[in-house]
Design a protein around this ligand. Structure first.
Ligand SMILES: NC(=O)c1ccc[n+]([C@@H]2O[C@H](COP(=O)([O-])OP(=O)(O)OC[C@H]3O[C@@H](n4cnc5c(N)ncnc54)[C@H](O)[C@@H]3O)[C@@H](O)[C@H]2O)c1
Length: 262
């Protein structure tokens, strides 16, 4: 048995400027991957790309807004011009969006969440599949959430988008599994990233330390997760070690989904 490796795999990671995406990109670099990282902030991306190279891979970056179709197309074009093809995609960019009940939820906020979280993944998958089909291999990992499997109040567009990502993953896998292409969904539980910051207001009146304490206590393992703990699953799913895992939703959540009521 060889150790986990992504040697020379050509991988796009979106939402890679912070949190899970940045951690995953660095892990992929340490496993020998060539990684093109994307998000909106060029400064942050440059640093992440450098950390990929420092870890032992080859880091590249492109500032791209996943809410804009042209930016997504430019991202795939950049990967093709760098490498001639793509072996893996970690479609991870996501926003929690506005917090409001359904009856007050503005449609502009709904559209923004759906575009960034869901439509971006659809477009990305549309654009990378032809090359993967031609080369006869590929692995795609989309970031869902425990909100892909359970409801949650005040973030209807987020919960809807994350449920739909599971549908997208299953639909895509049902078409391309026979072509040696795998499409899976990673479901992070509560992970300590900037995405949690807006939560502090609702959970503990803006007190982040108190918020983290409350969140820790909710989890069976009695702590929230680290970005790299989700990043390792993404790296594994993109590797040949996961060659027979397809159309799955896998949680990294310290046991949370196992005890959550629907
Ligand atoms: N942190 C958690 O507890 C948690 C739980 C469940 C799911 N998730 C999911 O994990 C993924 C990563 O989130 P994270 O926790 O690392 O948070 P994060 O805020 O650190 O990362 C989100 C990434 O997406 C990028 N992004 C946001 N809007 C974008 C846009 N319009 N165009 C391009 N990039 C954009 C951000 O710049 C950042 O790089 C998201 O899909 C999120 O929904 C996170």
């Amino acid at each position: 048995m060889s150790a986990l490796s992504l040697k020379d795999k050509r991988i796009i990671v979106t939402g890679a400027s912070t949190g899970i995406g940045a951690a995953a990109a660095e892990i992929m670099g340490s496993l020998g991957a060539k990684v093109l990282v994307a998000a909106r902030s060029e400064d942050k991306l440059k640093k992440v790309a450098e950390s990929v190279t420092k870890a032992g891979g080859e880091g590249h970056y492109l500032a791209a807004d996943m809410g804009k179709e042209d930016d997504i197309l430019a991202l795939v074009d950049k990967a093709k011009s760098l490498w001639g093809g793509v072996d893996g995609v970690f479609a991870n960019a996501g926003i929690s969006g506005l917090a409001a009940p359904i009856q007050d939820y503005p449609l502009e906020a709904y559209d923004e969440v759906m575009n960034v979280n869901l439509k971006s993944m659809f477009i990305l998958i549309q654009r990378v599949l032809p090359g993967m089909i031609e080369q006869g291999s590929g692995s795609i990992v989309c970031t869902g959430s425990i909100a892909s499997e359970r409801g949650a109040p005040m973030t209807p567009a987020y919960v809807m988008s994350k449920h739909a990502i599971v549908g997208l993953v299953r639909a895509a896998a049902s078409e391309v599994a026979k072509l040696n292409i795998r499409v899976n969904c990673l479901l992070p539980g509560v992970i300590n990233t900037p995405l949690l910051e807006p939560l502090a207001e609702h959970v503990a009146g803006g007190d982040m330390d108190k918020t983290l304490e409350i969140l820790d206590a909710m989890v069976p393992q009695r702590r929230i997760g680290k970005p790299e703990e989700a990043g390792w699953l993404a790296a594994f799913l993109l590797s040949d070690a996961a060659a027979y895992i397809n159309a799955q939703s896998l949680a990294v959540d310290g046991g949370l989904l196992g005890i959550m009521r629907s």
